[in-house]
Design a protein around this ligand. Structure first.
Ligand code: 0O2
Length: 207
């Protein structure tokens, strides 16, 4: 119980929350700049929506339990990639990779890991491109490298993930088995739709 309480205090501490919120603001500003550049270039809005959050303590705790991790702040910092998370929703699949490329090239970003669930969707049907990265955040006295999970997806992938997320909390109950299958089918439909929309947009671009 002591370890759990120490972890809770560290994750909800002013120091950690301030750092995390600053990192989120910075990443959202970076995405804003990228969107301005791409919107000028293509004459359409490339990033349709973006959000950021610090993971709730309860959710971190559950994830650590599930992964069998020692309840310790440093272990959480190292092993839970999405303690600080930012999500950007793009119009088309190629936009996702374009945004990712621009993020990767930035001097104050280090990419730790790329998880491409678009090329290789998860068994659930989940699709998104995840960049686990560190970004340099300038504070008053020093610069600190802070880890963020950036999730990039299309509007259709986001629509699917939000519904799937609601099911996740209810998994294990017997009624959910068929819903899982239906969601997998929907994921395939969404994949085909995203590809078709991209093909049509490319045709329109050429006119
Ligand atoms: P929440 O509630 O969204 O925050 P690993 O890399 O294997 O050590 P991890 O961190 O679970 O483990 O990696 P993974 O699988 O890449 O998942 C990271 C996040 O991606 C999840 O965070 C979800 O936000 C999202 N995600 C992954 N799989 C699915 C899925 O099947 N459906 C939906 N809707 N989202 C998914 P959390 O903390 O699991 O969840």
């Amino acid at each position: 119980l002591k370890k759990k309480e120490q972890l809770r205090r560290a994750l909800t501490s002013e120091t950690f929350c301030t750092k995390g919120k600053c990192a989120v603001s910075l990443m959202l500003a970076k995405l804003d700049i990228i969107n301005t550049i791409l919107t000028m270039k293509y004459q359409r809005n490339v990033i349709q929506m973006k959000t950021g959050r610090l993971k709730e303590y309860d959710s971190v705790y559950k994830k650590m339990q599930k992964k069998g991790l020692e309840l310790n702040f440093n272990v959480a910092l190292e092993k839970i990639n999405d303690l600080i998370g930012v999500r950007a929703v793009c119009a088309y699949v190629d936009d996702i990779y374009q945004v990712a490329q621009m993020i990767k090239k930035q001097k104050d970003i280090r990419i730790l890991k790329t998880k491409d669930y678009i090329q290789e969707p998860k068994a659930s049907g989940y699709q998104s491109l995840h960049l686990i990265l560190e970004t340099a955040v300038p504070f008053q006295e020093d610069i600190q490298w802070i880890k963020i999970e950036l999730q990039l997806r299309t509007a259709a992938m986001d629509y699917w993930a939000n519904l799937d997320h609601q099911l996740r909390y209810k998994r294990g109950k017997k009624e959910t088995q068929f819903i899982d299958e239906e969601l997998q089918q929907c994921a395939a439909v969404i994949r085909a739709l995203d590809q078709k929309m991209l093909t049509i947009r490319k045709k329109i671009d050429k006119i």
